[in-house]
Design a protein around this ligand. Structure first.
Ligand SMILES: *Cc1c(COP(=O)(O)O)cnc(C)c1O
Length: 390
């Protein structure tokens, strides 16, 4: 996340997330740098197809951040001023900001108390004639309840968008993240499952959405115009206000190289999670989030809740204690509407009580593929010691 604090503050610092760059990545990037293409070239389509294939989606549209993918999704589904877009309270701000970019109003809804996933019952309560989209967030790497969300949206002209930035490789009822919504958005920030430095992708099975997002990422320029224009090949037409959200070829080369290892990284993240699960079983004041039986978690984050009734310290003290020991715990996330930008627009504390109370209890523990079991033991020892703090 852009707000992460990942710089090794001390020797032996264990960050909450860390990318892996190998010789094959460096070779791929150098090859791309020495090729004829630096920005839009052949590797863009290759990366789009390869990532879409990994997730089982028909089309991928590469953009230069996960935020840009969310913005492109909002435009493609036709979110405009006056529309309402439902967003869970606990997510990275970009999930909601994308709706604001298009002049729409985010409607924050509460989360399930034991998973922090968007709560479909809360979504159903907040649907109005102005609701245009539901943005579900696959928080920590576990898919939201998409069948329930589609059932709510069905027949009302409401699109379901997945903010799947945490979830490449996760499954819901045997189906892959990236195929669960009308459009699914991914991020390739270094702390995510695979990186292109900055980057993102929107996946969809809908050809019209894909075409619209390709145009949107390139200033709104209709690239088919050249083929249609009998007068010459130099003319092009800008049909709407788009942005420069293109992902460079050099970065797609990195993404393609990283993608080779994505399956093994997801597997390793699950192994690290299983180490945590086992080691935390006898730590009564620390509870991992629940994973629904019909889902698999891709574990972008490993999030625990502190049972504050069993401790003499609050989450802030616990966080500071872990940091003092060189353990890069983090907190994902404060309810988005508590940020100044949203408060200035009239959102108030009390809107989503479950999210607000959970926010005071959660910690994200270090989680990345290169972790050893001894790293997990070190984190769990520190968590166990919280019960002795006053
Ligand atoms: C990382 C992230 C984003 C934004 O992705 P960027 O590539 O940093 O723009 C959006 N939503 C969630 C849930 C994320 O974790």
């Amino acid at each position: 996340m852009p707000d992460r604090d990942n710089a090794p503050a001390a020797l032996n610092f264990l960050p909450y997330g860390r990318q892996e760059i190998g010789d094959c990545d460096i070779k791929a990037v150098v090859e791309a740098l020495c090729s004829d293409w630096l920005t839009t070239g052949p590797r863009v389509a290759q990366f789009e197809q390869a990532f879409a294939r990994f997730c089982g989606a028909a089309q991928g549209v590469a953009v230069n951040s996960g935020t840009a993918a969310l913005h492109a999704a909002m435009r493609a589904i036709g979110v405009v001023q006056g529309d309402e877009v439902i967003v869970p309270a606990i997510t990275f701000a970009a999930s909601a900001n994308a709706a604001v970019y298009e002049g729409a109003t985010p409607v924050f809804v509460d989360v399930e108390p034991d998973t922090l996933l968007i709560d479909p019952a809360c979504v159903a309560e907040r649907i109005t004639p102005n609701t245009k989209a539901i943005v579900a967030v696959d928080y920590a790497g576990q898919p939201a309840d998409y069948d329930a969300l589609h059932a709510i949206a069905k027949g009302k002209g409401i699109a379901v968008v997945a903010d799947a930035c945490h979830a490449p490789g996760a499954t819901y009822k045997g189906r892959m993240a990236g195929t669960l919504a009308d459009i699914s958005c991914f991020s390739f920030h270094p702390v995510k499952h695979l990186t292109t430095c900055e980057g993102g992708m929107a996946l969809t099975d809908d050809g019209d959405y894909a075409a619209h997002m390709r145009r949107f990422r390139n200033h709104g320029i209709d690239s088919d115009h050249r083929k249609r224009d009998a007068q010459g090949t130099f003319a092009y037409d800008m049909v709407e206000l788009g942005y420069n959200y293109r992902l460079p070829d050099v970065q797609c080369a990195l993404g393609l190289a990283q993608l080779e290892r994505l399956p093994q990284w997801v597997t390793k993240r699950r192994t690290v999670a299983a180490w945590y699960d086992a080691a935390l079983r006898d730590v009564a004041h620390v509870r991992p989030l629940r994973v629904h039986a019909d889902r698999t978690n891709a574990y972008h984050l490993y999030v625990v809740r502190l049972d504050l009734s069993k401790l003499h310290v609050d989450r802030a003290r616990a966080f500071a204690y872990l940091r003092h020991l060189g353990i890069g715990a983090n907190v994902h996330y404060a309810p988005v509407y508590l940020h100044s930008f949203y408060r200035d627009r009239g959102y108030r504390p009390g809107l989503c009580p479950v999210a607000e109370s959970r926010y005071g209890e959660i910690l994200s523990l270090p989680m990345f593929p290169a972790m050893a079991q001894s790293d997990v033991a070190r984190v769990v020892d520190a968590l166990r010691a919280l019960s002795g703090l006053r």
